[in-house]
Design a protein around this ligand. Structure first.
Ligand SMILES: *Cc1c(COP(=O)(O)O)cnc(C)c1O
Length: 392
């Protein structure tokens, strides 16, 4: 019954689980049959301040009762405020451009790199190096930037100029006279919760700076306190040239940002977006940033991150034959599962037991809970996951 409209009218691009949700409160979701779930997924790292957040709801309602949208041909006050907050919270001397999604933010980053590589009188630098197992989005160009060949079936021809490094060590050897940028996730999300080595990232950043090659960090998933700091770039102690954000920023309202230290790279007409940075999305983002900034400053965020980590360790330790390794930072965590089949069973049994968890890569059980999750919700979630393990 639930599926009829989907079967008849929605293109089948997702393998959907047979459940639909009607309301939520922080990390708890209710389905259409009245069952309750602990949400360890938060969309996919989107619902950073939980479901039904009263402050976010009020900020959105207050804004939309006044004005939802005007075009970017006018000054949109909350957009300016949002850019200021993001820049100040990041600690980087940058300017922002607003779009509506992660892929779009990365498109903006790629356009910045392409324009940066265009200097009068010299051969254009245009090549962008990305990593294998990366994920940068679904538009044709962001998909080409994504270092997973299997996702490139059917959709070519693609824009030229993307080069894939097997790992961070291989990047330098792939640089040539046409290389303008390197784009990386500091913790690969879709690729399987795979953090890069901090010292290697710092060495890479220094090497790229010395060769005038842009370091572009895709923080669509890692950004907005997901790893415990405002940006994973802060955690890694680097100063990228370009950073992209999206998932957690709007608390569920679509928004994407590309920010860069190359503040004069674009002139009017070089780039744009109809919806990007409108009243609705930036009013939402401003309140999300207020809420999370307070959570961080009060010490509560750091406290709950540690609590979650310990709960996850305790859970994993009970099943040493199933979970091989614990990976990730902050509220971006994974357990490597012995095989993909067992992982699929855990996700399904988890849902039946009332807890929502995700898959990443081939065999990683992924946890991306709301950053506002409480201890009770964490305890409840792991106790249900424990029940699910008994049913495997
Ligand atoms: C989710 C994701 C994207 C794509 O974001 P969309 O909003 O789906 O376009 C890009 N990069 C990373 C690292 C992501 O996790």
């Amino acid at each position: 019954m639930l599926n009829k409209n989907f079967d008849n009218y929605v293109l089948p691009t997702y393998g959907r689980q047979n459940v639909s949700f009607t309301e939520g409160k922080n990390a708890i979701l209710m389905d259409s049959e009245g069952n309750e779930y602990i949400d360890f997924a938060a969309g996919i790292a989107v619902c950073s301040v939980g479901h039904g957040n009263e402050r976010l709801t009020k900020a959105i309602c207050d804004q939309v009762s006044k004005v939802i949208h005007v075009s970017n041909l006018y000054y949109i006050e909350p957009q300016g405020e949002c850019a200021k907050k993001i820049v100040e919270m990041s600690g980087y001397d940058m300017k922002c451009f607003f779009g509506n999604s992660g892929a779009e933010a990365n498109e903006g980053a790629i356009k910045i790199a392409r324009k940066y590589g265009e200097v009068d009188g010299t051969p254009k630098r245009y090549k962008i190096i990305t990593l294998e197992h990366s994920f940068h989005g679904r538009t044709i160009t962001a998909l080409k930037a994504t270092g997973q060949e299997s996702m490139h079936n059917y959709f070519g021809p693609f824009p030229d100029g993307f080069v894939y490094a097997k790992n961070i060590d291989e990047i330098e050897s792939l640089i040539d006279d046409h290389t303008v940028a390197v784009m990386i996730e500091l913790v690969q999300g879709e690729g399987g919760v795979q953090p890069l080595d901090r010292a290697k990232v710092q060495a890479l950043a220094a090497m790229l700076k010395s060769r005038d090659i842009l370091l572009m960090v895709d923080e669509v998933q890692t950004g907005i306190y997901r790893t415990g700091e405002f940006l994973a770039s802060n955690l890694y102690g680097i100063e990228p040239d370009v950073i992209t954000l999206a998932k957690g920023l709007g608390g569920g309202v679509p928004i994407g940002v590309v920010m860069t230290s190359k503040k004069n790279i674009f002139a009017p007409g070089d780039h744009g977006s109809t919806f990007g940075g409108n009243y609705l999305s930036t009013a939402a983002a401003n309140e999300v940033l207020n809420i999370l900034d307070e959570l961080k400053q009060s010490g509560e965020l750091d406290h709950i991150l540690i609590y979650f980590e310990e709960a996850l360790n305790t859970f994993a330790a009970k099943h040493p034959a199933v979970f091989l390794e614990h990976v990730g930072f902050g509220m971006m965590r994974g357990l490597r599962v012995v095989d993909a089949d067992t992982l699929a069973k855990i996700i399904n049994a988890g849902r039946e037991a009332g807890v929502l968890v995700l898959k990443a890569g081939r065999n990683t059980l992924r946890f991306l809970p709301p950053l506002t999750i409480t201890k009770d919700e964490i305890n409840q979630g792991f106790s249900r996951l424990e029940n699910a393990m008994k049913r495997l």
